[in-house]
Design a protein around this ligand. Sequence first.
Ligand SMILES: [Zn+2]
Length: 214
Amino acid sequence: MVRQHKTIFVDIDTQHDFMDPHGALYVPSAEQIVPNLRRLFATATEYGIPVVSTADYHTTDDPEFSAYNFPPHCVVGTPGQQRLADTLLADRAHLDPEELIDDIDRLLEHHAQVVFRKRTLDVWTSASARRLLEQVHADAWYVFGVATDYCVKSAALGLAKIGQPTYVVTDAVKAITPQGEQAALNEMRASGAQFVTTDQVIQALRQTHAPTTR
Ligand SMILES: [Zn+2]
């Protein structure tokens, strides 16, 4: 059975190794989106929007590093693997990469934020994340975070390709390279994803959601 939500936020890899200028795989200018991330998280709390977050969760010699020529990053147990305090809600659940939960929608219903730990660029390769797509649909999925040309792109394409209404929040994403960014935006647009700003997200939610006391 599929449960239809109005809105779901998809917060990709907003972790110190990507977001901080001294992080292991710093996404250039990523710190500039932090004010918009704060606004989106405040809005999620205000309206009770479920937040699906992802977090890279690598071993020290993860095959991804050499496959993509990435420096080691987001290694389990390191400070760089932690998400920013700005993108953590107090009431959250974490799922390990191989962890499989039967009723993922129930988890989403009982926690403000569900963090999918992952070892791959594409969150939808994890069993629980695939199950989320099977069990949960939404009128709008708002995707933001880093990096536009890698994990944000995979997340948005995975949603758009199964026909879910997908919106990329363009002033709350950052890319590793400008060329990669342009190619990723083109690919996402071609797959049906639409582009919105943080202001537009907040305005849309004001019209469709009532504030919650959760
Ligand atoms: Zn990674």
